[in-house]
Design a binder for this molecule. Structure first.
Ligand code: CTP
Length: 218
């Protein structure tokens, strides 16, 4: 398969030198890229800034903001059989970023934020759903970070965003080396991978995607 993977936390600039971001290390997305390559797939990695080195053999597209990531996904999506949105995309971005560095003042500073495009939702809406025009159905995989009602909230996202598979975890997984993740393929039961490192979890996710694709084609 040609697999498109996003990774890292986006940066939403307030002015030329300051941005809003999150604690994502990018490790999950990079581990998925490695696991997919190892399994023989062709990988394009769209990455927000991280301290990691992309695995050799991946096509790498570097972006910073949610808007840039959306443009890159839109440009690549139709050429791929599978999209895995492992990136921690900012839900909001400054409504009016300053072109020049903001000067400090003595009074409070209020930032106005506007919502970003939900890239995963866009992909779920635009994925090729059938064998029409000789195309294979596209698989869209999302992540969900939930601090309560993990299964219920993740399942709602699976359906609302028209995903094929969702990987849910708790906020403690952000930046961590080991974590417990919950995986659900549409129409199947939840699978829990207890306290594993990201390499093992990534291998499991790629294997489940392959199994799902295989079943869909039968
Ligand atoms: N995502 C995305 N575009 C955004 C925000 C998130 O594609 N602008 C993707 C992430 O890459 C991840 C999933 O959506 O795969 C995570 O969504 P999450 O932040 O958990 O859920 P939301 O739908 O934003 O809902 P909420 O924050 O309210 O829980």
């Amino acid at each position: 398969m040609r697999i498109l993977i996003t990774a890292g936390g986006t940066r939403e600039y307030i002015d030329p030198v300051r941005f809003i971001s999150n604690a994502s290390s990018g490790r999950m997305g990079y581990a998925l890229a490695r696991a997919a390559l190892k399994a023989g797939h062709e990988v394009t990695l769209i990455t927000a800034p991280t301290a990691l080195k992309p695995p050799a053999g991946t096509q790498v597209i570097r972006v910073e903001s949610a808007a840039e990531m959306f443009e890159a996904v839109k440009a690549e999506f139709s050429r791929c059989e599978c999209l895995i949105m492992a990136a921690a995309v900012s839900d909001y971005t400054p409504a009016r970023p300053s072109k020049t560095k903001l000067k400090k003042q003595t009074n409070n500073l209020t930032l106005e934020l506007k919502p970003t495009q939900d890239i995963l939702k866009w992909a779920g809406k635009h994925k090729a759903a059938s064998q029409a025009l000789g195309r294979r159905p596209q698989i869209v995989v999302g992540f969900a970070l939930e601090d309560r009602d993990l299964w219920a909230n993740a399942e709602r996202k699976l359906h609302e965003k028209n995903l094929d598979l969702i990987v849910a975890n708790a906020p403690s997984a952000i930046g961590a080396e080991r974590s417990t993740v919950h995986i659900k393929i549409r129409g199947a039961e939840w699978i829990e991978t207890a306290d594993r490192n990201k390499t093992a979890t990534a291998g499991r996710i790629i294997a489940l995607i392959e199994r799902h694709v295989h079943r869909e084609r039968l």
